[in-house]
Design a protein around this ligand. Sequence first.
Ligand code: MN
Length: 129
Amino acid sequence: MSATILLVEDNEQNRYLATFLLEQHGFRVVSARDGHRAIESVRAFVPDLVLLDIQLPAMSGYAVALELRRIEALAATPIIAVTSHAMVGDREKALAAGCNGYIEKPINPETFVAEISGFIVPPARGVEP
Ligand code: MN
């Protein structure tokens, strides 16, 4: 079964590009264009990874990360922050909010999927009899 990624991104072009690249590599993508929709969506499924834009309307990516981390089912789900603000302290803020990693925009189509794949832990195997 392929991994499912929750893509939280308000910019349509970025959403389109990320979805295209991920689907091309066999990932399933569920997208949300703001934090409230993202939080709502994880009531219905547990993603294998969350790609989280930090510059979002209404609710910042940091706030979304904090909320997602409060959900028990997502305790082990990697959350990767994506931001165009290469500001000093962004990485620290993202990690403090519960993110596991950080990718800078613009998305590099050559390396994007490899960067994300590195954060996905393969499912645990059942105990052999
Ligand atoms: Mn944005």
